[in-house]
Design a protein around this ligand. Structure first.
Ligand code: TRP
Length: 378
C-alpha cells in the first residue's frame, strides 16, 4: 500500500519564513516526489476556534491568507487535497467516539497543550474544547488513513496521542484505524527558525516575523534591523555566528551559488567568499561587519521570496477561485471521512442500518414474546 500524508495548520495568521522552512517547503517536496497515494493539507479552522471562541472572525479571515500562502509556495491543488476542517463534519463524530478512549489525566499531561495553556493564561478556565483538541487532531489524521504526518517538533505529542488512540481503538473494536508516524523536517537547523529579534521562535505575537507576503521593502527593513551578536560592536571585533539569527537564516536559506553571485568582485572576477563556512570564519575572527552580511541575507531572501510574492499577487486577483479550490478539496475529503466514520461506527457496533441480524433477532424476540402472552391470556 502506498503512503498517505496528512498535515495542516491553524488559520490564525499569514505564514512566515518559519513555516516555510519548518513545513511548507517539505510539503512541496513530498508533493513533487509523486511517491504518495494522497496528500491532504488541512486548514484547521475548527481547531483554531478552540482558543478563539470570542474571535471567530479572525480565524475565518485568515483562511484565505493561509490558502494564498500555500498556493504561492507551490502547493498544487491537482496533487494535494486542500481542505477546510469545518467543512468535514464527520471529523467531529469521530472525535466524539475517540473521547471515550482518552482519560482526562492523559490530556492534562500533553506537554504542548500544557505549554499553550500557560501561554494563553487560561489558568483554571481552560475550555474543554481546547484541552481535547489533540483528540480532534487524531480524528483529522485517522479519517484519511494517513500513515505519514509531517509536522514540527511541537506536534510530536499530538501524533503520540493519536497513536495511542489508534491502538486502543483497534484493540477494543478490531483492526480499523491506521497508526500514523510523525515526520520531522530533515535539516535540523531548520527545525525552528528564530525571530528577527533573536527570540527562540518566529511568532506573530512577538512581532518578529518575516512574512511570505511581506513586500521587498518590508523584508529589507526587517533584515537590516535584525538582532545579531550584541558583543560584535566594532567591525574588527570577533563575532559569534552560532546564536546569531542572521547566520542561522543563512544556514537555512543560502546556497553556494549565492556566494558566487553576490560576493563576486566586479573588476577582478574574484570570489570573496566561496561558501557560508568562509563567511562565518571571517565573522568569527573579526573584520566583517553586520551590514555586509545582512545585505547578503537580504539578496538571498529576495531570490526566495520574489517568485512567491509574484504568484501570490496573481492569486489575489482571483479570490473566488481560491475558495473554490478549498471547497472542491473539502468535498473530496468529506467523502473519505464519511467512509472512515462508517467503518468506525460499524466497528464499535453503532451500525443499525447495516445490522440486519439485529433487526431480525429483535423481530423474532418480540414475536415469541407476543406468542407467549397470547398463550397465557387464553
Ligand atoms: N495542531 C496543528 C498546529 O497547530 C494543526 C493541525 C490540525 C494538524 N490538525 C492536524 C497538524 C493534523 C497535523 C495533522 O499547527
Amino acid at each position: 500500500m502506498k503512503d498517505i500524508v496528512l498535515t495542516g495548520d491553524r488559520p490564525t495568521g499569514k505564514l512566515h519564513l518559519g513555516h516555510l522552512v519548518g513545513s511548507i517547503s517539505q510539503r512541496v517536496e513530498l508533493q513533487n516526489s509523486n511517491k504518495y497515494e494522497q496528500i491532504y493539507i488541512e486548514i484547521a479552522d475548527a481547531q483554531a476556534t478552540t482558543d478563539n471562541s470570542g474571535n471567530i472572525q479572525k480565524v475565518k479571515e485568515n483562511v484565505i491568507e493561509v490558502a494564498l500562502d500555500y498556493l504561492s509556495c507551490g502547493i498544487d491543488p491537482k496533487k494535494c487535497t486542500l481542505f477546510l476542517q469545518s467543512e468535514v463534519p464527520e471529523l467531529s463524530d469521530l472525535t466524539f467516539y475517540y473521547m471515550n478512549l482518552v482519560t482526562l489525566a492523559r490530556l492534562e499531561r500533553n506537554p504542548t497543550v500544557k505549554q499553550e495553556i500557560k501561554l494563553r493564561e487560561f489558568n483554571n478556565r481552560i475550555p474543554v474544547g481546547f484541552l481535547t483538541y489533540p483528540i480532534s487532531q487524531a480524528a483529522d489524521i485517522t479519517a484519511f488513513n494517513a500513515n505519514i504526518v509531517p509536522v514540527g517538533e511541537d506536534q510530536l505529542p499530538m501524533i503520540e496521542q493519536t497513536r495511542e488512540i489508534v491502538r486502543t481503538f483497534n484493540r477494543l473494536y478490531g483492526e480499523t484505524l491506521v497508526e500514523p508516524e510523525a515526520v520531522l523536517p530533515k535539516n535540523k537547523s531548520c527545525l525552528r527558525l528564530p525571530g528577527t529579534d533573536g527570540q527562540a521562535k518566529m511568532s506573530k505575537s512577538l512581532g518578529n516575523c518575516i512574512y511570505l507576503s511581506d513586500s521587498a521593502a518590508e523584508v529589507k527593513r526587517k533584515v537590516m534591523s535584525m538582532y545579531t551578536d550584541p558583543n560584535h560592536l566594532k567591525v574588527e571585533d570577533p563575532g559569534n555566528t552560532k546564536d546569531n539569527p542572521v547566520f542561522i537564516y543563512l544556514d537555512a536559506f543560502s546556497k553556494d551559488e549565492h556566494f558566487q553571485k553576490y560576493f563576486k568582485n566586479e573588476q577582478t572576477g574574484e570570489i570573496e567568499y566561496n561558501n557560508l563556512d568562509e563567511l562565518k570564519a571571517h565573522y568569527e575572527r573579526g573584520g566583517l561587519g553586520d551590514m555586509k552580511v545582512k545585505k547578503f541575507l537580504n539578496y538571498v531572501l529576495e531570490e526566495l521570496l520574489q517568485p512567491i510574492r509574484k504568484r501570490r499577487r496573481e492569486l489575489e486577483k482571483n479570490i473566488p477561485k481560491v475558495y473554490q479550490i478549498l471547497f472542491d478539496g473539502s468535498n473530496k475529503a468529506r467523502a473519505v471521512a464519511e467512509e472512515t466514520l462508517k467503518n468506525v461506527k460499524k466497528a464499535i457496533g453503532l451500525d443499525y442500518r447495516e445490522d440486519k441480524g439485529l433487526i431480525n433477532k429483535q423481530v423474532e424476540m418480540y414475536r415469541l414474546k407476543h406468542e407467549q402472552e397470547t398463550k397465557e391470556a387464553n
